[in-house]
Design a protein around this ligand. Structure first.
Ligand SMILES: C[S@@+](CC[C@H](N)C(=O)[O-])C[C@H]1O[C@@H](n2cnc3c(N)ncnc32)[C@H](O)[C@@H]1O
Length: 293
């Protein structure tokens, strides 16, 4: 069993994301990628930022984004966390011969800023899954745009958008107060002295992407919907739910708007609902793909 809880969470999240990712957005991405491969024989240069343990690489292979027997693809897997990149590199040790994988530990925005400063590498496809809601879009999007060639494609998915639903209700006023306080922690988060995150990232991307040179070709919902089937959660999704509840606990412990005794009881009740395979969790999110103009 995986000992790093975040790695286990990212592994468990894979089946949740597989169900959630918006299929019309995926189809449009596949069309854009195929067009580029037909038009241009050069290897396709792909960069994924905030790539975690590399589950999106596994997915694009399983879902054949690059076709059944592909055109050469150079895929750079980037994350700020060196342990995650080491895990990704071990998980992806066996890749098809046409896929040249590179692993980079770096802050995505620093990487983009340095690429812009030295006229460095530009990519044909930029991927960010469950990432853009962790950064300040005003700072990030102009830098990320600089990583794409004109006409290159982007695939920005699982962008949180302001709704966390947990059923069955425990105490509706307390449930609502916890949801609101949890979303405020995303809005007020500061990382390394910078604002980082927005609980309504998804809807804000409809304006901020085009304003920064990303023309949207397709958008749609990619809500996480986790529930038991025949009395058990699929795959490792009980662990996924436990991580979500632990994240809420960590974010809201000692929160001034919440009574700590009531909050601790609420967290214990949510854990008991997971143990009974009763908890239903829904997070509203949005996916986008398109072209750098
Ligand atoms: C919610 S996880 C998603 C990981 C992966 N995309 C997935 O869906 O499984 C967010 C990831 O972004 C990485 N991250 C956060 N801020 C970053 C930054 N500024 N630069 C690069 N990676 C970052 C974290 O280390 C983490 O792996």
């Amino acid at each position: 069993m995986q000992s790093n809880p975040f790695v286990r969470y990212l592994e468990a999240k894979r089946t949740v994301d597989d169900r959630a990712l918006n299929r019309p957005v995926w189809s449009e991405l596949a069309r854009l990628v195929t067009d580029r491969m037909v038009r241009d024989a050069r290897p396709l240069e792909v960069l994924e930022i905030g790539a975690g343990i590399g589950t999106m690489v596994e997915r694009v292979l399983a879902w054949q984004l690059f076709g059944p027997q592909s055109h050469a693809v150079r895929y750079t897997v980037l994350d700020a966390d060196a342990d995650l990149i080491a895990t990704a590199s071990a998980r992806l040790a066996v890749a098809p011969p046409w896929l040249d994988l590179r692993f980079v530990t770096a802050d995505a925005l620093a990487y983009a800023a340095s690429a812009a400063a030295d006229g460095g590498q530009r990519y044909d496809l930029l991927i960010a899954n469950a990432f853009l809601d962790l950064v300040d879009l005003r700072r990030a999007l102009p830098l990320l745009r600089g990583l794409l060639r004109d006409g290159g494609s982007f695939y920005f998915t699982i962008n949180f958008d302001g709704a966390t639903l947990l059923e069955p209700a425990i105490d509706p006023p307390l449930d609502a107060a916890i949801e609101a306080a949890y979303h405020r922690t995303m809005d007020e988060r500061i990382t390394d002295g910078q604002p980082s995150g927005d609980s309504r990232t998804g809807r804000h991307l409809f304006a901020t992407l085009p304003a920064n040179g990303f023309a949207i070709r397709a958008a749609g919902a990619s809500d996480w919907v986790v529930h038991a089937v025949d009395g058990a959660y699929p795959a490792d999704e009980a662990a996924f739910l436990r991580f979500i509840v632990a994240t809420m606990e960590g974010a809201l412990r000692n929160h001034p708007d919440l009574d700590s005794v009531h909050f601790d009881r609420w967290i214990a009740a949510r854990r008991a609902q997971i143990d009974r395979a009763e908890l239903v969790y829904i997070a509203h999110q949005l996916d986008f793909c398109g072209v750098a103009g």
